[in-house]
Design a protein around this ligand. Structure first.
Ligand code: DAT
Ligand code: MG
Length: 138
């Protein structure tokens, strides 16, 4: 059985611009997870480079940081048993073209021909990532 956990959810600039903040939160709450803390902000380059440190050196790293700088993001501390895996499941796979229908990325996302995939949300991928990322954003 899964332990009580917290994860970092980011609603990315594409979702904020499309007025999908409520839709993403609705799906989290409908699943039963609790929004413990939430803020809307313009992230700094330093924060984003630290957040995405694992992708440093990849071809999409700079486009990814630029995309995340292109508008406000919403950061959420989301809590529940198994929430780290559970939110990743709600979000769907990275590429929105192949993300399963029923997921946030599968239902609401698509490819736009950009250098970085724009896929509406971020969710921490492990307990180590969630601790590290929550400390960065909150
Ligand atoms: P995820 O967000 O599903 O955890 P990730 O951590 O591997 O995916 O990558 C971070 C973001 O970078 C991802 O949400 C979209 C973008 N991205 C990942 N792989 C990519 C690729 N091969 N080409 C373009 N953008 C990519
Ligand atoms: Mg990731």
């Amino acid at each position: 059985m899964s332990e009580l956990q917290q994860t970092l959810v980011l609603i990315k600039p594409d979702a904020v611009k499309r007025n999908l903040i409520g839709e993403v939160i609705r799906r989290c709450e409908a699943k039963g997870y609790e929004v413990v803390e939430l803020k809307k902000l313009a992230a700094s380059r330093a924060l984003l480079e630290e957040h995405y440190a694992e992708h440093h050196g990849k071809v999409f790293f700079e486009p990814l940081v630029e995309f995340m700088l292109s508008g406000d993001v919403v950061a959420i501390r989301l809590e529940g048993h198994g929430v780290i895996e559970g939110f990743r499941s709600l979000a769907g796979s990275t590429n929105p073209t192949s993300a399963a229908p029923g997921t946030i990325r599968g239902d609401l996302g698509r490819e736009w021909g950009t250098k970085v995939v724009q896929n509406l949300v971020h969710g921490s991928d492990s307990a180590e990532s969630s601790s590290r990322e929550l400390a960065l954003w909150f």
